[in-house]
Design a protein around this ligand. Structure first.
Ligand code: NAD
Ligand code: DAU
Length: 358
């Protein structure tokens, strides 16, 4: 792809991965303009962008990806060439409690972006360097047992939760826009990310913050479920390569190569926290581990075969699970002013509902 000054639209750029990506891109490509479109749901947080928001190269628009007139206006006004699409409802437990917004944002929102981008691209004479990067998940492939080979780009879709079904639907739309209109789209399917700015409903930040507060560490079922953890900056480098060197119409799996059982991960978090966090209210923090009812339809194991992106685009994750976790946990210890305001009344209500359900 040609270099030079480019204009990117980053949807969901105030969320966890989107903000890490916006910060990454801002530093890596100082000539590019970033337009960030985010509805600022409970998961969106302008503090995630505090290092870049004041720069004239960055424009923030509060708005919904389902709002076609707004999306079209942004594409035209800022002459957008690349969309990096992160906006979504992203939490499996919330999708079990209330699936409606997942269909709206993940399916209808992705459709809206695709359709507006197609018209914009056609109006410009179908420039081949335009890109629609759709950031999706390994969860669309369903669940593995021990001994099954990892998911490849050819694994059949078998989503099990309302969240993963909505992401699968959006992936199919993205694929269809390439096949039908030749819109230069690329899909990435990645494994569980972790790192700074991760909302404390997800396993790693939740465990870290509960340890700091001396609260129970709820483990679903027996804690034997397996996830493949990917440090968010490694993910951002992968997306950078996909935007620059990925083939339109293709998909790329991105995994951390760190398969671990939840219980072992939580024990590792406890061990690191005991070493690095000062004045913990309960120590050793493993004493806080509490087994709770299992998540309904809980996928047992995810594992990604990332050999395609490694072979074709030369990507490798740089962070080991231990080094990435240490950096992440240290970040939460150093930034209570970031996470304390998130533990709002609404959050407590969500917490009550979810741990009643599981
Ligand atoms: P997140 O929940 O932290 O952030 C989502 C962002 O999207 C928030 O800022 C929110 O305000 C915004 N948003 C939600 N609905 C919107 C709407 N209708 N219009 C505009 N903005 C809206 O999510 P995340 O963890 O950063 O995930 C980003 C993307 O990566 C998602 O598409 C998710 O499916 C995918 N993904 C995440 C992971 C992970 O481990 N977090 C793994 C694989 C794939
Ligand atoms: O695999 C990629 C997916 O990873 C993304 O597509 C999703 O957006 C993202 O939320 C994440 O989904 P998971 O359901 O795997 O992540 P979560 O952090 O919610 O849970 C990780 C594992 O830990 C899972 O097996 C459930 C378990 N868990 C989670 C929580 C919140 C617990 O045992 N206790 C908990 O309190």
């Amino acid at each position: 792809m040609e270099r030079g000054r480019r204009n990117l639209l980053i949807t969901g750029g105030a969320g966890f991965i989107g903000s890490n990506f916006a910060n990454y891109w801002y530093n890596r490509y100082p000539e590019d303009k970033l337009v960030i479109l985010d509805a600022l749901t409970y998961a969106g947080n302008l503090n995630n962008l505090s290092l870049i928001l004041n720069d004239s190269r960055v424009v923030f628009v509060k708005g919904n990806i389902c709002d076609a007139p707004l999306v079209s206006k942004i594409l035209q006004e800022y002459d957008i060439e690349i969309i990096a699409h992160f906006a979504a409802e992203s939490h499996v437990d919330r999708s079990i409690l209330a699936p409606g917004t997942f269909i709206q944002t993940n399916v209808v929102g992705t459709f809206t972006l695709l359709d507006c981008f197609r018209h914009h691209w056609e109006k410009q004479g179908k420039p081949p360097h335009f890109r629609f990067l759709h950031v999706s998940t390994d969860e669309v492939y369903g669940s593995l047992e021990i001994g099954d080979p990892p998911f490849t780009e050819n694994t059949a879709y078998a989503p099990n939760s309302p969240y993963s079904a909505s992401k699968a639907g959006s992936d199919h739309l993205v694929r269809a826009y390439y096949k039908t209109y030749q819109l230069p789209t690329i899909i990435t399917n990645c494994s569980n990310n972790y790192g700074p700015y991760h909302f404390p409903e997800k396993l790693i930040p939740l465990m870290c913050i509960n340890i700091l507060l001396g609260k129970p560490l709820p483990i679903y079922g027996k804690g034997e479920n397996i996830r493949d953890w990917l440090y968010v900056e490694d993910h951002c480098r992968a997306l950078d390569l996909v935007i620059h060197k990925g083939k339109p119409g293709d998909r790329y799996n991105i995994g951390g190569g760190n398969e671990v059982r939840n219980i072992d991960l939580v024990r590792l978090i406890c061990k690191i926290m005991d070493e690095i966090a000062p004045n913990l209210p309960v120590k050793p923090s493993e004493r806080l581990i509490t087994f709770v009812k299992d998540r309904p339809g809980h996928d047992f194991r995810y594992a990604m075969d990332s050999s395609k992106i490694q072979r074709e685009l030369g990507w490798q994750p740089l962070e080991s699970l231990e080094s990435g976790l240490k950096a992440t946990l240290q970040w939460y210890i150093d930034n209570p002013q970031w996470w304390q305001p998130l533990l709002s009344k609404e959050y407590q209500e969500y917490y009550r509902q979810v741990y009643q359900m599981v």
